[in-house]
Design a protein around this ligand. Structure first.
Ligand SMILES: *Cc1c(COP(=O)(O)O)cnc(C)c1O
Length: 370
């Protein structure tokens, strides 16, 4: 297996310290498995069912915390429209990032990696810290200073070494990249293997829907780890004939920081983001923006931005219905409600709960005690 330089067609060995090309170009993975329904391992509960579609050699060596196939529930939106919601907040560390971390840490373990660096504003860090702990791999996480205290606590609890960086999210990423020179950078956005884990979202959803797919799938759009993963997964299913059509993909951003909605609609770029409850998707410079816009365009979807009021109202509605999720997840459902209004009533619409409410008590406190 090799890495492919995006835009340069250069080919690189999958070395432990390789996460960007020689020309600073992004890397993709040269791996396009043919999805075979008969190869699904029915005795496995979660994403390891699809082992033959994962870029891993040794199933015995995989790093697993007992992931499950996350349930899909029907949610009636405030306007009475029903959508399907895949409950990925139920993963071991409380967010879907475990899909990516499970596969990336397993991949790095196969390469013999003993130490990883990561940067994250929360959930990706918690996932990498948990799976690294399980694999006995040392882990250092660079964080922006304003990261949710409960998320920092979770990473510390897993034994990760925490480095808080003053300044913007970009400053944190830069510090991590500097530290990662020569080491293994387990980045959820740079390392293309992370998306090989998040693509299992598409496999599970299609299998749960008996190889049908939703007409529209509404996903959060920050760095695109779920959006691009789902796109890769559905493409593999389509090319191998396991499904007959591609869902239209929609990306939800927060109006406080929505570079993709702006680029998609040919509006001027943002100079900086504002504070938001939806911390998980407030990414000013998503490095895979071009790929994300392509995924949305190729499936005839679009981007939508929701404001703080919509996020707050949707979060309250979700807890009233018993779902305790992160405000970032409420933003995605608020976006799904906006998009649903533009789609035919006969369309099957699906979305996702990305993170558990227990992760962002500080943001939830702000909503409740305002
Ligand atoms: C990471 C994350 C997102 C957004 O994912 P991106 O990969 O940045 O697009 C959404 N919700 C939660 C809870 C997250 O942790």
């Amino acid at each position: 297996m090799k890495y492919l330089g995006n835009g340069t067609s250069k080919i690189y060995e999958t070395l432990a310290n390789r996460w960007i090309g020689d020309f600073e170009e992004l890397l993709d993975l040269d791996f396009f498995p043919h999805f075979v329904v008969e190869n699904i391992k029915n005795e496995k509960q979660g994403l390891w069912r699809y082992f033959s579609s994962l870029p891993l050699a040794n199933e015995e060596e995989k790093v697993s915390l007992g992931e499950m196939i996350t349930p899909i529930s029907t949610l009636k939106l405030p306007n009475q429209r029903e959508i399907l919601v895949k409950q990925d907040q139920l993963f071991p560390t409380g967010s879907y990032k475990d899909r990516g971390a499970a596969v990336l840490i397993s991949f790095l373990k196969e390469l013999g990696v003993r130490e990883v660096i990561q940067d994250s504003s929360g959930n990706a860090g918690a996932s990498i810290a948990a799976y690294a702990a399980s694999a006995n791999i040392a882990c250092t996480i660079y964080l922006p200073q304003e990261t949710s205290p409960s998320k920092i606590l979770q990473m510390q609890a897993y034994g990760a070494n925490i480095v808080k960086v003053k300044g913007s999210r970009q400053d944190t990423a830069n510090a991590a990249k500097e530290a990662a020179k020569g080491l293994s950078y387990a980045s959820h956005c740079y390392n293309p293997v992370f998306f090989q884990g998040t693509k299992t979202f598409a496999f599970e959803m299609a299998e749960q829907m008996h190889w049908d797919v939703p007409d529209a799938l509404v996903l959060p759009a920050g760095n695109g780890t779920l959006l691009l993963g789902a796109y890769i997964g559905f493409k593999e299913l389509l090319h191998s004939g396991a499904i007959q059509k591609m869902p239209q993909l929609f990306g939800v951003q927060t109006a406080a920081c929505d570079p993709l909605t702006r680029a998609f609609n040919h509006l001027a770029p943002l100079a900086e983001g504002k504070a938001t409850l939806a911390e998980g998707i407030a990414i000013l410079n998503p490095i895979r923006a071009k790929q994300m816009i392509e995924a949305i365009e190729n499936t005839q979807g679009s981007f939508v931005s929701v404001d703080e009021m919509q996020i707050t109202e949707t979060w309250k509605y979700l807890v009233q219905n018993g779902y305790y999720v992160e405000p970032t997840s409420a933003a995605t459902i608020a976006g799904a409600a906006v998009i649903a209004q533009t789609l035919p009533l006969s369309w099957k619409i699906a979305s996702v709960f990305t993170g558990h409410g227990l992760k962002s008590s500080d943001k939830i406190e702000k909503i409740l005690h305002k």
